[in-house]
Unconditional design. Sequence first.
Length: 210
Amino acid sequence: MGTQERERKVYRPLRRAGLEVIPDAVPDSTMPFVYGYRAEDIVGGFSHPYETPRLVERLNEDWYDLAVSSGLLDNRREFLVLLPQGIRTHRAFMHSSRRAAPAAWTRVRLLDRWDIMGRGAASAFLGIHAGHPGFGMMALDSSVFIGCSTGERGVDVIAVRHPDRSENILRELEWFASSRDRPYTDRALQERIAVWLAGRAPSAARRSDR
C-alpha cells in the first residue's frame, strides 16, 4: 500500500473528524500495546447507553473532559491512537472471515474542530459508525491510556494511569509475548512487545514492582 493511498483512505477521513495524522513520529520508547488492565488500574471513565439523548454530543463532551483531566493531550494537543497498519476498516473486518490487520500507534493532533464520536467513529477507523466508537488512545509519554468499546447496551470509556507500570498489564504482555503456540497470533506484535519489555529501564521495572 502506497503513501498516497493511505493518505486518501485513512488520513483524510480522520482529518475530517478533527485528527491530523503526524506520520512516523511515535516516540521510540512507546509501549506497543495495552492489554490486561484490571479494575484497580482504572482511574476514570464513563458509560452511556445507546438511547442517551444527544448521544454523540455527550460522548464527545465526556471524552474531551477525560482526555484533558487525565493528561492524554500534550501542550500541542497531540497524542497516540491505535490504527490498523493497512487500510481496511473495523466495519470491513466485521463482515469478513479474515482476521483483523495488525494495529500500531499513530501520532495525531486534535484540531480546533473535531468530532471523535461522530465522524471519527463513522470513518470506521475509530469505531463502527457514528455513536458506536471503538478505539485505543495513549499519551505521548505513555502516562495514560484511554480505551473505548461498544457493547450490547451502550458505550464504555475508561482511562488507565501509567499502563507501562501496571503489574497486571506487564504480566499479560509478558504472557502474550511468550505464547508461541497460539493460532492466529500477531507475531510481529509479539516481537515488538518482547523488545519493549527487554528494553525497559531498570528504574521503571523497579517502580512497577512497588
